[in-house]
Design a binder for this molecule. Sequence first.
Ligand code: NAP
Ligand code: MG
Length: 729
Amino acid sequence: MSSIIYTHTDEAPLLATYSFLPIVEAFAAKAGVEIETRDISVAARILAQFGLADDALSELGALAKTPEANIVKLPNVSASIPQLKAAIKELQEQGFAVPDYPEAPATPEEKEIRAKYDKVKGSAVNPVLREGNSDRRAPASVKNYAKAHPHTNKPFAEGSKTNVATMGAHDFFSNERSVTLAQDDTLSIVLETAAGETVVLKDGLEVLAGEIVDGTKLEVAHLHAFLRNALAEAKAQDVLFSVHLKATMMKVSDPIIFGHVVKAYFADVFAQYGDQLAAAGLSANDGLGAILSGLDALADGAEIKAAFEAALAAGPRLSYVNSDKGITNLHVPSDVIVDASMPALVRNGGRLWGVDGGEDDTLAVIPDSSYAGVYQAVIDDVKKNGPLDPATIGTVPNVGLMAQAAEEYGSHDKTFEIPAAGTVRVLSANGDVLIEHDVEAGDIWRACQAKDIPVRDWVKLAVTRARASQTPAIFWLDETRAHDAELIKKVNAYLPEHDIAGLEIKILAPALATAYTLERMRKGEDTISVTGNVLRDYNTDLFPILELGTSAKMLSVVPLIAGGGLFETGAGGSAPKHVQQLVEENYLRWDSLGEFFALVPSLEKYAEQAGAPAAQVLADTLDRATGTFLNEDRSPGRKLGTTDNRGSHFYLALYWAEELANQSEDAALAAAFKPLAETLRANEDKIAAELIAVQGKPADIGGYYRPDAAKAAAVMRPSATLNEALASF
Ligand code: NAP
Ligand code: MG
């Protein structure tokens, strides 16, 4: 039987679920729509590894490969090691018999435990569920709202010195080699060291005929030369030095690159004290913050700290993440995430914050040049033509390749910090060399895959979206890049499978695609960006932030290749800062628009799957209710004393009930919802007041990774009047 699976995840979206899901369940029940939940939070995934909870993620992964799938997927935590350890500790404190995280597994038992935890670590959910490509756009109601209520994109000052610095050579972009496999194969990745040793980096890598496989390296000696230049340039230009990486998604490569930036900035300190720091287990990869806080335990700690401070005073001025708290751009590898930080910089007139909280131009260092040109193109455009005006600019939906872990550059299992100089080879099962690179110790080498069926589906989705919205579609592919050249062959092979008469479909390298898209955008014209997986992630922050001021209000559909639907909620993450605010002052500023948007196509899918017209009525009325919600400006404010997440859910329920009561497609549903609509309307002020009255005091949810269900429900459902109205409905 069909049902909608609503996921329990982590942090702010999980808290929001405690308030929103009871409303959805009450509404769905009246229309006979089945809703089930599955817990795929970090905590539940840890418990599942040790047989203490159902393995919901595997279950959903299997479901995603069937036409029955109808999954509403909220953002979840991609756990870093410190987060994983914190979750383990919390579960242990709650009485669950989960083992400690083995730092250096030695025994077979420890290795097995470590392997289990590795399955929970990092980006472990999305690659399992994303059995389809990505269709993300701002719904028309959101775009219209943004046009009517534009946020400010600040102008760049005359003579702004803000620019991007990127390697352009000896990096992942330049060194890439790519092959399309003629037949199914099992590959291995092997390092032959200069000393004659053979190190198997990876084996048993199953690949299919038609699959694209790449290998590339970032040469660390050149990275250091590049960083020295960039530091000198920032100093000479007297601008802030900032580095922009994606240490969360690219969880092997980017913390290492970040560590090199820390070592380059503090070159003298590391030359003098590097051995002591290493001996104390203080790694540049963890950031300046972790090093400084670890110094207290060292005999020479004060001296080393003084050396860091002297270097900060003498070096190029650093950009700060939080000037008040003294947190620099080099403090935490995951604090500055390129896809969020660069659009924020553009919105702010090219300025970041310095040590004193003052704003200044910056040299934005994005070491690898694969996508750095996109941001330089935006900066060039805004410098020349002024800020983009949200009241008039066109929109840029995205169709992104991601199915079956396509282009998962972040995958930790195929990225390596090379231990010794030699040659890395990708070998087919019969020993043929598919890809080969000479490497030095410390170089970062990575492989990546994209299967044929997902690419073909992606081309189809691009044409479908271009046709449905009568919008030009641009494939952001660079024929001079090895991987893209292989993809372009496939795009050219698969486009003729579709009717593309009258559609504008082009292939442009990313920087050119950016310039072309911006030119159209300024004329109020829309342009679909059809991209690989990384640009999918970057563009669905960049353009929404410039157009709407946020990426949280996006419709994010994953049409599954097998015919089912995966409906992601928004383009953002799980907003940890929001949880902090809730716990401190019982205010949740999470905006559930993403959930509202996701639920509409999910209900439509249900109507089709179950042959249930009432579900279609729920979908249509929810869509209209969301329009009213936007017009009435019921999204949560940022501050205490305004409507927060819970209040926003109440208004959505009110508008949705009224739409249902007033529609004429389904008279029984209209009659059923009439009393609820009347009760909610009659008690509007009372409910709103009850929801605001609880704000301002700390809230106890009984856990972070695994909140206490009863406590979280009590905090998130504080209006007795609303609860009573739903219960008696
Ligand atoms: P983030 O969760 O998107 O948060 C960045 C900021 O975006 C938030 O602090 C908030 O700004 C704003 N934001 C995002 N969604 C919002 C919403 N629905 N309503 C209101 N504001 C919203 O990004 P992050 O801090 O880089 O990542 C946090 C966690 O989410 C990480 O564990 C990451 O791995 C995970 N993540 C998951 C997914 C996914 O599952 N699809 C995607 C991305 C990230 P203000 O604080 O200014 O209000
Ligand atoms: Mg992103």
